[in-house]
Design a protein around this ligand. Structure first.
Ligand code: SF4
Length: 247
């Protein structure tokens, strides 16, 4: 694993999902096989495999403190092309310091992660005027999780994190993207632990080889997504979880 501390030039970037995205890291140790963010390699000159490098933008909080004074307030997605709570965040705390600044200025924040490390920042999130936290959970099958998300935390820890956030009154959502084999068990796992669910196709074909190597070709197809996505949406709704299937 190659880890470098770097100085970024800017930290709030325009986003097609929310008003801004804030990525305090380049690269992601979670190394998800399907990760679309690997396109970042092209822009940052990394030749290493995705998941084998992380750059830490150590000046991210300083940049944010300046940019927040001159940019129009808007919702900030933490993050978009990295996981803000990958394990290096335990040491570097750049996400935490950025979150403190955003919340202090009352900017709305949407955190999306696969890591229970977000619980460390519960003190900030509980006091936020408008903050929500989503955990991405793509399957209820830990064996499938290990194949597609080899460096990410186990499903049970993500579900427990959602439960803790929800119990503390922090708005929560689960993001099921991509919809992997074994996702049908998620509604039962998440009942009473999230405010809403989102399902998305998220089909960038980066993981095609992984699907094939593990005999899961069927799950790459459109029909699989349409069938399982609708079934899962119904299951969430029956479990009392409002669900949007983004298709
Ligand atoms: S956690 Fe997100 S950013 Fe990190 S490798 Fe997985 S999909 Fe990519």
């Amino acid at each position: 694993m190659i880890v470098r501390e770097i100085e970024a030039k800017t930290i709030l970037s325009k986003s097609q999902v929310f008003d801004y995205a804030l990525n305090a890291y380049v690269g992601c140790r979670h190394a998800c096989r399907y990760c679309y963010a690997r396109f970042m390699k092209r822009f940052t000159g990394h030749a290493e495999p995705w998941g084998a490098f992380v750059d830490i933008k150590v000046n991210a909080p300083d940049l944010l403190a300046r940019e927040i004074m001159r940019k129009k307030p808007g919702r900030v997605w933490v993050s978009g092309v990295c996981d803000a709570y990958q394990n290096l965040e335990s040491k570097y705390r750049v996400t935490r310091r950025c979150l403190e600044i955003l919340v202090a200025h009352r900017w709305p924040v949407t955190v999306q992660t696969k890591s229970p490390l977000v619980l460390r920042d519960m003190d900030i999130l509980e006091g936020a005027a408008d903050a929500e936290v989503g955990l991405t959970v793509t399957t209820a099958d830990e064996g499938v999780r290990r194949i597609f998300e080899p460096g990410a935390p186990p499903i049970a820890k993500r579900v427990a994190a959602l439960a803790a956030l929800h119990a503390a009154g922090v708005p929560t959502f689960v993001m099921v993207a991509p919809l992997l084999p074994g996702a049908e068990g998620l509604a039962g796992l998440l009942a009473g632990k999230v405010d809403r669910a989102l399902i998305d196709r998220y089909n960038y074909h980066y993981a095609d080889r992984t699907y094939r190597e593990h005999g899961m070709d069927r799950a790459m197809r459109e029909e699989f997504y349409l069938e399982k996505g609708e079934q899962l949406r119904d299951a969430f709704e029956q479990a009392g979880i409002p669900c949007q299937n983004l298709r």
